[in-house]
Ligand binder design. Structure first.
Ligand SMILES: Nc1ncnc2c1ncn2[C@@H]1O[C@H](COP(=O)(O)OP(=O)(O)O)[C@@H](O)[C@H]1O
Ligand SMILES: [Mg+2]
Length: 354
């Protein structure tokens, strides 16, 4: 199972909580402002190295403290692996399997956490940044070369952009374009292979949730008719004016369609939430194929976000995904949860088993 044990110290309003978790489903019940979302945020941080609610890491440290600490025991693999994070105002330390880790990637492999929260419809409504992050998170779990390709690409991109800002000549730009084009084309191949894997699960989940298949329509981030190297060379004058590289997978997107039409124009807000949740669930299915028994699905107050019909559809789809569920609720009645689930009561930043 994913996490069998979890601890959070000085994280938002949670002074010190320790949980023995159920492998299938865990329900956190408590009044408003008791710390339910904070707990999901803490779990998410352990697996993802960031919050899903805000960008500022420092606001996660409990008022009056100078660090938060998170720890978990991942029991998905052959033997349990301890994961840990200590975040201070001036830096974060990561641990996986008893050894220091360079970053969150080692923890993310052990505890791939996915969240369905009240902001989830932004995946459809907002610009391509969120959708690229969604896509790349999926690729990271299925393609071992992804991280090094992504780093190579972004290093070359930063260097070419710096040369553009300094108004350097063609030969200085050309010095980075080979590397940028090679890693950029590779990144696109990895994204396309992942989208191919996502296609069937997404179609099935779309039919279950909305009666129509969900599809992702990829755009690479530059003119589809020519290689990236050619586009970069042709764009030099324009890029100098913009002082930034305009062509490449950092401008890519995956447009969401339902039944062959743009989801963001077609469906209601409630349905948008279902579509976005469908994307998360399809991604979890693939994660679980790749690394069985490790994924967690964090559901923040789904009963407040969806009407009873849509909630029923969502929970039925959630049951088809083999991930550990962490779900919060004001009252505790969540129709359609798996029979086996552990209930916890959250009150003023403290959590006790129910
Ligand atoms: N850094 C922090 N230190 C202490 N308390 C915080 C911090 N950040 C947020 N809070 C408080 O934590 C409380 C719990 O918030 P939240 O987890 O959103 O509750 P719930 O999801 O149960 O409604 C809020 O009252 C908020 O003011
Ligand atoms: Mg909340």
């Amino acid at each position: 199972m994913p996490l069998s044990w979890f601890r959070a110290e000085q994280f938002r309003c949670l002074a010190s909580v320790e949980l023995e978790l159920d492998p299938v489903a865990n329900v956190f019940v408590g009044p408003n402002a008791s710390g339910k979302t904070s707990l999901l945020e803490a779990a998410f941080f352990l697996g993802r190295g960031r919050s899903f609610r805000c960008r500022q890491r420092d606001t996660l440290i409990r008022h009056g403290q100078d660090a938060f600490v998170l720890a978990g025991r991942s029991s998905g693999g052959v033997s349990p692996v301890m994961l840990g994070v200590r975040a201070r105002r001036n830096g974060t330390e990561w641990q996986a399997g008893g050894a220091p880790a360079a970053g969150v990637a080692a923890l993310a492999e052990q505890f791939p956490a996915q969240v369905i929260d009240p902001e989830i419809h932004k995946l459809l409504e907002e610009g391509p940044g969120r959708r690229r992050r969604f896509l790349d998170w999926g690729v990271f779990h299925v393609e071992p070369a992804f991280l090094s390709t992504w780093r190579r690409y972004h290093l070359a991109l930063r260097q070419r952009n710096a040369a553009l800002k300094q108004d350097r000549g063609d030969s200085d730009l050309a010095a980075w374009e080979q590397e940028l084009a090679a890693s950029g084309e590779e990144l696109v191949r990895q994204r396309e292979a992942y989208l191919e894997r996502l296609r069937d699960p997404l179609e099935a989940i779309g039919k279950a949730l909305l009666g129509s298949p969900i599809t992702l329509v990829h755009s690479r981030g530059w003119d589809e008719k020519r290689p990236l190297l050619e586009a970069l060379e042709a764009d030099r004058a324009r890029d100098r004016r913009y002082r930034a590289t305009q062509a490449g997978p950092h401008r890519g997107d995956a447009a969401v369609e339902v039944g062959g039409r743009a989801a963001k124009d077609r469906v209601s807000r409630g349905q948008q939430k279902l579509v976005a949740a469908g994307l998360m669930l399809a991604q979890l299915q693939i994660q679980e194929q790749e690394r069985p028994g490790r994924s967690a699905l964090l559901l923040d107050d789904p009963a407040a976000e969806l009407d009873s019909e849509n909630l029923g559809l969502l929970m039925a789809a959630v049951r088809t995904v083999p991930a550990q569920i962490w779900v919060t609720s004001l009252r505790g009645e969540i129709p359609g949860l798996p029979g086996q689930s552990r209930v916890f009561h959250v009150e003023q930043g403290a959590i006790r088993p129910g």
